[in-house]
Design a protein around this ligand. Sequence first.
Ligand code: GDP
Length: 210
Amino acid sequence: MTEAADTKDEAARKLFAGACDFIWGATSAEQLPPEKLNEVAFVGRSNAGKSSLVNALTGRKSLARVSQTPGATRQINFFDLGGRLMLVDLPGYGFAKRSKTEADSWQEMIFSYLRRRARLRRVLLLIDARRGVMDSDKQVMALLDQTAVSYGLVLTKADELKAAERATVIAAAGQEARKHTAALAEIQLTSALKGDGIPELRTHLAALAQ
Ligand code: GDP
């Protein structure tokens, strides 16, 4: 690794080891806080491992709640990371019990958020690595393409895969990403449980901070 890359990794580690405070929960697009920092939003199917990933990134046990009842969170939660980057936890989607009305209201809320945030730098779309990209994920990718916010696929729960399966799962997600205009080609593989890919993701996000 080059010296410059080392320095970036170290700066990212420090950023995520520092303060991270919950500042606001919005239950509708009308309640969004003023934009004071660049933002990175996390989205995924309920149970994809979003809360666990946010907790692993920030080295905290319960910053973002790890849900017992999938899909219970219906809030957009804002976390100020060291006054340099806003981590935005979007409500999960795709829970089978949900009615069409609920799915519509989810979409409306997310769409208003995505359209209103001029300082939204990136969306991370979390995908359970064991399941791969599902239909509901593809629908969200289409929504993101429409708003033209650049997004990256982050595979979660890498520890559940056998070493030999990893490349195949990454390749399949990459193939899906290439079909979408606003998706980044690079796929991140992470494990909140074991820490795989977490430092890399921190470095990636730190580059979007100010
Ligand atoms: P969310 O609904 O997307 O916020 O998902 P959670 O973070 O609540 O996680 C859903 C379930 O997946 C929980 O039972 C977690 O313990 C589990 N999980 C999350 N991350 C990992 C991981 O990296 N590895 C494994 N094996 N399980 C995980």
